[in-house]
Design a protein around this ligand. Structure first.
Ligand SMILES: N[C@@H](CCC(=O)N[C@@H](CS)C(=O)NCC(=O)O)C(=O)O
Length: 279
């Protein structure tokens, strides 16, 4: 699992590094970004994986969210993978911005042709944590995960399915109930097939209904989010939390839309949420 360094930039006393590796899970080269805080030069530190949304890459969060200053202060490694495999030539892979390239939905596909490479769930929960821990000073008992939109969905399902791996979790404007919204139905039909029985295993609200994560979850949602009504359904997450007793703080913010100005505005609260649970 050799890592090739693509670039390295000094950032708040630490390093912003971009890397590429041949992924065994994906079967193609994958890129990722890692922020190493100054504390990582002295010993092992907690690590947060951030999953980005539709159309994003490994760079989007690291360029746009403004997370590095506080990650440096709190001593957190930030890990940002890409949002899908790239380099295939499947029919339809780039015709829609909400399916295929840039839209991996953090599931392991079972439908052809996607199942050959679209294995983002296993990539994020198995190969990526192992790869990063082999190459960087990660305190492996202190991992968290967060994300935005499609990546908020990804973060919630990864933590709910593997609470021992991801001890803390938060989300910005997550797709909270993908089995009941157009983005989720399109992606799950394409990647998992028309039989909806397999979908619930990748739906945050369905998972949360059945089993609460042991730690409190923070979710922020803009009320002027252009995707709120049709795609995001935060009320489904609140209903699920009621059923399982999940500790959930879901904040609605007047005037904020779906984009990275919203994320910038609340990134500090998310990093502090994780740092408090991981130390
Ligand atoms: N299709 C639209 C919307 C895509 C979109 O809003 N993507 C969100 C995640 S669901 C995002 O984070 N985009 C990157 C950005 O805002 O910089 C576009 O490409 O402009």
């Amino acid at each position: 699992m050799a890592l090739q360094e693509l670039s390295r930039h000094r950032c708040f006393g630490g390093w912003q590094v971009f890397l590429q590796h041949d992924s065994a899970e994906i079967g193609l080269p994958m890129k990722l970004g890692i922020y190493l805080p100054p504390a990582a030069e002295k010993g092992k530190v907690p690590a947060l994986t951030y999953l980005a949304g539709l159309t994003c890459t490994e760079e989007t969060f690291l360029i746009k969210a403004g997370a590095q200053r506080l990650a440096a202060e709190l001593g957190l490694i930030l890990i940002a993978p890409d949002t899908s495999p790239r380099g295939t030539d499947f029919p339809g892979q780039a015709e829609n911005w909400d399916f295929g390239i840039g839209a991996g939905f953090y599931v392991d596909a079972t439908e052809a042709p996607w199942q050959a490479h679209w294995r983002m769930y296993s990539y994020v929960t198995k190969e990526l944590p192992a790869l990063v821990a082999e190459n960087f000073p990660v305190d492996t008992g202190q991992r968290g995960i967060f994300g935005h939109s499609m990546g908020g969905h990804g973060a919630l399902i990864c933590a709910l399915k593997s609470p021992g791996l991801f001890r803390s979790v938060s989300a910005f404007a997550p797709i909270s109930n993908p089995v009941n919204c157009p983005w989720g139905q399109k992606a799950f039909t394409g990647y998992l097939g028309a039989d909806k029985a397999s979908w619930a295993a990748y739906d945050a609200s369905e998972l949360m209904k059945a089993q609460a994560h042991p730690n409190p979850i923070l979710v922020d949602q803009g009320e002027a989010d252009q995707f709120l009504e049709r795609e995001l359904h935060p009320h489904a997450l609140e209903a699920a939390a009621q059923i399982s007793g999940q500790q959930l703080t879901l904040r609605r913010h007047a005037g904020y839309d779906h984009g990275y100005y919203f994320i910038q505005s609340f990134i500090e609260d998310h990093l502090r949420h994780h740092a408090a649970l991981l130390k």
